[in-house]
Design a protein around this ligand. Structure first.
Ligand SMILES: *[C@@H]1O[C@H](CO)[C@@H](O)[C@H](O)[C@H]1NC(C)=O
Length: 245
């Protein structure tokens, strides 16, 4: 009897330990026909899982945990070539030529999955797919198992196909990325910076409207309506590159 009580106590302690320390599980899936090299950047003061970069073949799945209140961004790099020391380059999303991005972001244009998995004032998770830095690969993020109010953040259409020619980024004649108006012009007006750093003065451009029409569940410019920001509380999320339509 005493042993049983002890066992129960140990089980309870273990359970409480797991509940209090568990973070969030992220499942990355490469549903693209070709390899991708995801890049991960933890926000300031946050850890970076898997050294911030790795290779995924078509069909691969990678699972990792991030701690409570983690925030950061994940993006895909394409057509990378790295040597044995993990140095080289990618056609899109390159992080200074490194396989392991460790603290570096990806070179735009790049589709970015952004998330804040709880803060000191709220346990809610916020996540979105952003086209503010342009587009390279379709991507989606959704909670596993769903949940009340938990939406899907996604841009599931290949915007490279319908990219206005002025915004195209080409490699060997093939469009690999589509710049946002901000990226293409580097102007305060389109980037919502300086005197335009206000939703009243910074309006979506015709290109942001185009992005929004094709990918309504993604952020298309800095002050896009908050409907593209999802709020949720789940233990697992799946991020699919080239999600099925
Ligand atoms: C890998 O590439 C980097 C940068 O191009 C180069 O400096 C380095 O010597 C290369 N290492 C190997 C082992 O080839």
């Amino acid at each position: 009897m005493q042993i049983l009580t002890h066992l129960l106590c140990i089980a309870l302690c273990l359970y409480l330990f797991l509940v209090s320390t568990n973070g969030t599980q992220l499942i990355l899936v490469n549903n693209c026909r070709r390899s991708i090299w995801p890049g991960i950047l933890g926000n300031t003061g946050k850890m970076t899982p898997n050294d911030g970069g790795f290779h995924m073949r078509s069909g691969d799945e990678v699972v990792f945990d991030v701690p409570k209140k983690w925030s950061g961004r994940i993006w895909a790099r394409q057509n990378c070539h790295f040597n044995k020391t993990g140095q080289g380059s990618c056609d899109t999303g390159d992080c200074n030529g490194r396989l392991k991005c460790r603290g570096l972001g990806g070179k735009p244009p790049v589709t970015v999955v952004e998330m804040t998995l709880g803060t000191s004032t709220s346990p809610l998770h916020f996540y979105d797919v952003s086209l503010v830095d342009g587009f390279n690969v379709p991507v989606s993020m959704r909670p596993v198992g769903g949940g009340a109010g938990c939406g899907v953040a996604e841009c599931d259409v290949d915007l490279n196909i319908c990219c206005p020619s002025a915004l195209e980024v080409k490699v060997d004649g093939k469009v690999v990325g589509c710049k946002s108006a901000c990226l293409a012009t580097q102007s305060a007006k389109y980037c919502c910076t300086g005197k335009f750093a206000d939703p009243k003065t910074c309006k979506p451009t015709i290109f942001a409207h185009l992005f929004k029409a094709i990918c309504p569940k993604a952020y298309s410019y800095a002050f896009d309506e908050s409907s593209s920001l999802n709020r949720c509380r789940a233990t697992r999320y799946v991020i699919i590159f080239c999600p099925p339509k």
